[in-house]
Design a protein around this ligand. Structure first.
Ligand SMILES: O=C(O)CCC(=O)C(=O)O
Length: 447
């Protein structure tokens, strides 16, 4: 999920690097990286996602996803990915017969219809701390040989990369999407513009991201609407039914991109709920040292007192390091204070972390000196988010169309929900095919 600075307006924060974490008292001035993100959060206007599919049309009239469609799509994407990045695609076994791939997918799809047992200890950890890890949860083969090639191809398709860069320009400059698309028609023009806007010699972003790949690829639709993930979401959230909110592909360039700043996801979503969960699925092994897995502030999801007692301009938001015991954030090895900041690295392929909507989390930048040692120099992760099916949408997202100033929360996910937000009503039970109820298992993709 994308970035909302944790209460950035209130907070004044944050700079993080591999060895240091501290809160800045005026991040807008001190830190251009944060400046970029501030713009990201509060000024962002959405741009279109490519390949340009009419998502609503697809969903309403054409969403009878068949195994045949999934397999042919996968074959096509795998082929494209291989053409694009031959080196990183060596493991895409092009020689494997179609039959073998079909059998594998049948196997995975059968597995997805299972309702896994989420161990009680994990449920307890999640409830207490606002995050946990599900080890060996997904098949490494599915991830490395099916999901990763598909998403690699997606990210490297020229249209999608361009759209992701244009989004950065649009957000950094608070520009209308059409203007950006017309004035910055290439990635290099976007990068030069970002340099100018940020007045920095290099452009440091935390990642590029692509929302809702499930609407484009039946393979991913199968995964994110599956009982496998959805029932686990219901178990961890401890709610009877869950709705798919979104997926987001995060691609972090390990040699160029900066850290993912501290933020909480629920601030970006349009729902009035505390019941939101994200499954963060890395598509590569994430090592313990130098790894770019998520780091979480323990129990931050249940810090009800912070917003209740503290006005958004209050000093409390400027001393979160004391509040969360960040005063001694690093030990001599550069690790975070284990009392309050946890991670689950190393993460093997198949391990996934889960975090609550209000849990504060971040991720380190890649180690720039090690840039050549990692596969493709990019870290891929697919974040899949669910909410309690009873969650309602807040009204300011509707008022917001008239007045930017009225919006509460961050606008970062707007691109994700713009296709349905105008078609639902606030404070009502939601019923829209782009945010389907996926547990109990009533989703059949044909709505
Ligand atoms: O992958 C990242 O660096 C950020 C992901 C994130 O913030 C999320 O999934 O909520």
């Amino acid at each position: 999920m994308s970035i909302a600075y944790l209460e950035v307006r209130k907070l004044a924060f944050i700079k993080l690097d591999a060895t240091n974490i501290y809160f800045s008292s005026d991040f807008r001035i001190k830190d251009t990286f944060s400046q970029l993100f501030f713009n990201f959060c509060f000024n962002r206007k959405e741009i279109g996602m490519t390949p340009a599919v009419d998502l609503m049309q697809k969903t309403e009239s054409n969403k009878k996803s068949s195994l045949v469609k999934e397999k042919s799509n996968l074959h096509a994407e795998t082929k494209r990915a291989k053409r694009k990045k031959p080196k990183t695609q060596e493991h895409v076994k092009s020689k494997r017969s179609k039959n073998k791939i079909d059998m594998e997918l049948d196997h995975f799809f059968a597995e997805f219809s299972d309702k896994p047992k989420v161990p009680l200890q994990i449920q307890l950890d999640y409830a207490r701390n606002g995050h946990s890890v599900l080890r060996s949860f997904l098949s490494p083969t599915f991830l490395s040989e099916h999901l990763y090639p598909l998403l690699l191809a997606h990210h490297h398709s020229s249209n999608n990369s361009l759209a992701a860069w244009q989004q950065k320009v649009q957000v950094a400059g608070s520009l209308p999407s059409l203007l950006v698309q017309n004035q910055f028609p290439t990635i290099s023009s976007c990068k030069s513009q970002l340099k100018k806007m940020l007045q920095t010699p290099v452009v440091e972003i935390p990642f590029l991201q692509h929302f809702n790949t499930w609407r484009v690829y039946p393979l991913i639709e199968k995964l994110v609407t599956s009982p496998f993930l959805a029932s686990s979401a219901a178990t961890l959230l401890d709610v009877p039914s869950v709705r798919l909110y979104q997926d987001a592909l995060f691609v972090k360039n390990l040699s160029k991109d900066g850290p993912t700043p501290w933020h909480s996801d629920a601030k970006m979503a349009p729902f009035d709920t505390s019941h939101m969960i994200t499954f963060w699925i890395p598509l590569q092994h994430i090592p313990k040292h130098g790894g770019t897995g998520l780091r979480f502030v323990d129990k931050s999801h249940s810090d009800f007192a912070l917003p209740f007692w503290n006005d958004e301009n209050s000093v409390e938001y400027n001393r979160l390091e004391q509040r969360y015991s960040f005063d001694d954030p690093c030990d001599s090895n550069g690790d975070y204070n284990r009392d309050c900041v946890q991670d689950h690295m190393p993460l093997d392929l198949g391990d996934i972390t889960v975090h609550a909507g209000w849990t504060l989390h971040c991720a380190d930048a890649g180690n720039k000196d090690e840039k050549k040692t990692r596969t493709g120099g990019e870290r891929y992760a697919l974040a899949v988010s669910y909410v309690d099916a009873r969650a309602e949408v807040r009204e300011e997202y509707f008022e917001n169309t008239k007045s930017e100033a009225k919006r509460l929360g961050d606008a970062e996910d707007h691109l994700s929900f713009r296709d349905w937000i105008g078609e639902v009503e606030p404070r009502k039970l939601l019923d829209h095919p782009l945010i389907p109820i996926v547990w109990p298992n009533i989703y059949d993709g044909s709505k």
